[in-house]
Design a binder for this molecule. Sequence first.
Ligand code: ZN
Length: 242
Amino acid sequence: MLYGIISDIHSNLEALDVVLNKLYQAGKIVCLGDIVGYGPNPNECIEKIKELNIPTVAGNHDAAVTGQMDVKWFNQNAREAVFWTQKEISEENLGYLKELPEVLEEDDFQMVHGSLRSPLEEYVTSLTEALPTFGLMTRPVCFIGHSHVPLFIARKKDGNYDGRALLDGEEVLVDDYEKVIINVGGVGQPRDGDPRASFGTYDSKTRIFTLHRVEYNVEQVQGKMKKVGLPQPLIDRLQFGR
Ligand code: ZN
């Protein structure tokens, strides 16, 4: 089965639409959380995920909007976007976010927003941070989001470790490793200096993961954000991918 792996949509409908179009060949699409936060279209993004029956785990922004997580952990701009989203979101969509699980399994992989040790909070960007998740993995692959920076960290069969940032078109051959953690980057707010939407595909037959980047209409999203009064730094960062 060819899986589409998406994460950190952050209410960015333009980016989500372009990514979903690119995934027309996927047999199944899964989402690693943070459907909302930062961007101008929370309801539309949730409705698209629901309509396509995309299995989704909870992200920290989803939990902040429902009140399940305290916004004191958020910076000022992120907090303002959470408050704005709370005013915008429909009762029904809020109910959907509240029910999202923290961890899901599918085929030979697990999915979580942050880490298996701390699903909503922990960032896994280094080997040290990856070790507890390796210890908790019950399947050979774990897909994560949260940092919006695509990368993989892997344990080899000889006990050594491997890992690096992933650029557009780069692959990870899962069979080369004992266990692999892969961050697919962010659909709606990339942070690795490349403003293009980031997502992954995973072929469970060949066991090859591929990272993809795709351009979307950044100006259109920025225009919507300005119109509804979302914080200017959140508007600016989309064009830099930072
Ligand atoms: Zn996020």
